[in-house]
Design a protein around this ligand. Sequence first.
Ligand code: GLN
Length: 492
Amino acid sequence: MTDLHRLSIRELSEGLKQAQFSSRELTEHYLKRIAKIDPKVKSYVTVTAEQALVEADAADVALKSGHAHALAGIPLAHKDIFCTQGIKTTAGSKMLDNFISPYDATVVAKAKAAGLVTLGKVNMDEFAMGSTSESSYFGATGNPWALDHVPGGSSGGSAAAVAADLAPIATGTDTGGSIRQPASFCGLTGLKPTYGRVSRFGMIAYASSLDQGGPMARSAEDCAYLMNVIAGHDAKDSTSINKEVDDYVANLNGTAVKGLRIGIPKQYFNVAGLDADVKARVEESLKKLEEMGATLVEIDLNMTEAYVPTYYLIAPAEASSNLSRFDGVRYGYRCENPVDLMDLYKRSRSEGFGAEVQRRILIGTYALSAGYYDAYYVKAQKVRRLIQQDFLKAFENVDVIAAPSAPTTAYKIGANLSPTEMYLGDIYTLAVNLAGLPAINALVGFDKDSLPVGLQLIGNYWSESQLLSIVHQYQQNTDWHTKRAAIAEENA
Ligand code: GLN
């Protein structure tokens, strides 16, 4: 079979169960594609070919026994922020270029236990700080729809790998948009779950009160399959919530679009810098949902202007604290010939971290310093609460809230936006993390340059099933999610 990479997760699962192909064949198929096509896309930092085949053979044994998990034998790629035992985990940084974790992240362990086959680790912005994946120590990744454009970030490698059919599904993480924005730039479905739904254990921390892992795939259905594997309580993560997990696949048709109330925040559609094509495609998708029976309700989210400044105080503050562990002593990069301990700390950190990471550590340290703590950090936390309350008030009247995932489509590699320009591009995604809410991106069309446009739906707490179900039904009534970039059509 030459087109195994065109099958959905459900089709792969059925094909494996019915022995139409083996996991070894499927895995070899993907490894071949990676070898041929990834040199152009550069989505993988590490390809674990040998281990993948061992895992595939084990899955084939399980499949023969008839007792395999629904996803047994299906390949996936992990963002290089999830610790993988025995395989390098870099977080896109020189600091961790030599780091081999002694344990698996819970998400990785759960994927393994279900029999999923790890193809490798994919590229990302250094320590997940960025929106282009260009800050990776390992260089930029190309957007499969236009290789000289960025795939978005920070989970840009995950998005590019799936969009180029170099993995059927991938894990990502989202601290301020890093699943939804690259999904938007690469034309995918990506779900950022409620804070606490997916374990953060073994996920290298950026901003702990905002970080959340989730699935990136071609469709809501594919995402639902991966959510069924990775969601759930984990005693190893004190912020993970002990609450029953939905069967996301069984619930795919569980939410009625007829009668659904979709909130349209006035402020979101008047943002300076919102691209006309993005606005038009998002509005068309909302019209489609209206045709399917939903009601559009104009709402107010008055705190919109506060999103960027609030996030860019809290996230760097937490980052400065989290990244203090990389000191050149315990693990990670260590400078050559330090003259004393201070020199070891200073040079290991200034040589090991890239420019954007250093900028955030400085901003965060400043915001947390004794003289400025109240004026910046505490103030930002108070505003964060107001942002959350703004959403909760909106959810008294509507079921979900619609927005673009990003104000623009993908921009060129090397566009070299100033930090402020880049941060402003996160306007639609940051508040969801500040409030801890779930949100999903879906492909809803293309701009004049044939680059993908994404619609974001934000739900109330624990509404992952609802979000997946709405997008699934939209995808049953449209065919955007079946569109493939030219490079994905290439055969290995
Ligand atoms: N672009 C945002 C940032 O740079 C969000 C990144 C993320 O979600 N990891 O912080």
